[in-house]
Design a protein around this ligand. Structure first.
Ligand code: B12
Length: 308
């Protein structure tokens, strides 16, 4: 018998894949995915390939397919020769590896898995398929109490460093239009900034990341010294109304006549304040529109500057 055939009992597989034992038995019964070997006493034992099949079905379901559609896809992939013979989505696998290492409190393991991710495609694919979703997942795990704040911080630091490097590889050369990016002063959600920085780099903007909790003074000084084409502020947690007004005023003053936009899940609550002060709130679910709005603001400012 090949070495890895029949390694894991059903409860271990349920734990590894996050699919309950009852569902695993149902998938086997309904779709034949997978049909594990049985021990003499009739216990199911799953191989690594069986686990990969389950993870592939789970990943397709996560993308919105029903289990029966996913099972069809996986069965047809399994019947393809060579290039489709490897089962499991490599991005999903590496995401799992990173998250498992975070759960084990294993920084070296996180680093090794992140390095593995770097071999899986272009900078933008790695960022989009691995780094951003893993950071999101880590945040969820912290919110649900499944990892500690120390685990979250270690992972986030490693992932942010990688995200910065990847975005750096994508962006245009020095001298190109620059967008300064920072979070509102009391906001720790820096991940949305990496998400938008990636899209901006793809649209040929250089980005400068000021990160979480960026105070208005940091925007003011950066605007004065670096003369960016635009300032982008992210708000995930909308501040309470009195504080919101104070901050919006301070950011508006800090930006001066440099165009500024505010995005993120908490930005809509600030829309009227921001507009009153000449800023723009961009829709948080439409990246194309966001990039177009930024292009328009910059072009308008250039035209305005020429006529003065
Ligand atoms: C990751 C995360 C964290 C991480 C942040 C790590 C990091 N480095 O970013 C950690 C664990 C630190 C964290 C902490 C907290 N969090 Co939190 N967190 C999340 C989580 C899971 C994901 C958010 C995220 O990164 N989304 C991914 C990005 C890519 O998506 P996005 O925001 O939509 O951004 C896109 C667009 O909006 C746009 N965009 C965003 N910003 C900008 C800016 C510009 C200029 C432009 C142009 C576009 C743009 O582009 C992005 C890419 O497409 C959410 C859950 C959720 N479902 O959102 C909770 C969530 C946001 N957190 C929440 C809370 C409450 C907190 C805490 C207050 C908890 C606490 N008790 O301490 C603290 C925050 C402390 C603080 N002062 O900020 C709540 C917020 C509820 C609310 N709206 O009031 C959420 C929704 C969880 C929940 N369901 O309760 N969190």
């Amino acid at each position: 018998m090949p070495e890895d055939e029949g390694k894991y009992r059903i409860n271990v597989v349920a734990q590894k894949t996050g699919i309950s034992a009852a569902t695993l038995r149902a998938w086997e019964r309904r779709y034949g995915i997978p049909v594990p070997r049985r021990t003499e006493s009739s216990y199911r034992v799953y191989s690594d390939d069986d686990v990969a099949l389950i993870e592939r079905v789970r990943s397709l379901c996560g993308d919105g397919m029903s289990p029966s559609e996913a099972a069809k896809v996986v069965l047809s992939e399994a019947s393809q020769p060579i290039e489709h013979a490897h089962l499991g989505d490599p991005y999903e696998q590496v995401r799992e590896q990173i998250v498992n290492a975070v759960e084990r409190f294993d920084p070296d393991g996180i680093e090794m898995s992140v390095n593995r991710a770097l071999t899986l495609g272009s900078a933008s694919v790695i960022c989009e398929q691995v780094i951003v979703p893993v950071m999101f997942r880590i945040g969820q795990l912290w919110h649900s109490g499944d990892i500690t704040i120390a685990q979250e911080h270690i992972a986030t630091q490693l992932l942010e460093t990688t995200a910065r490097k990847l975005i750096g590889l994508l962006q245009p050369p020095p001298g190109s239009r620059r967008v300064l990016l920072g979070c509102f002063a009391e906001d720790e959600h820096a991940l949305p900034l990496y998400g938008i920085a990636l899209h901006l780099a793809e649209a040929s903007f250089r980005t400068l990341m000021l990160g979480a909790r960026t105070p208005p003074a940091a925007i003011r000084q950066s605007v004065q010294h670096l003369k960016p084409a635009c300032v982008g502020l992210s708000v995930t947690l909308a501040p309470p109304p009195h504080r919101a007004r104070e901050l919006v005023d301070a950011y508006a003053d800090a930006c001066g006549d440099t165009p500024w936009v505010v995005g993120g899940q908490g930005s809509e609550a600030l829309a009227s304040l921001v507009q009153e002060r000449g800023g723009l709130v961009v829709p948080h679910d439409d990246v194309r529109q966001t990039i177009r709005s930024i292009e328009t603001l910059i072009a308008r400012r250039r035209r305005g500057a020429k006529t003065h």
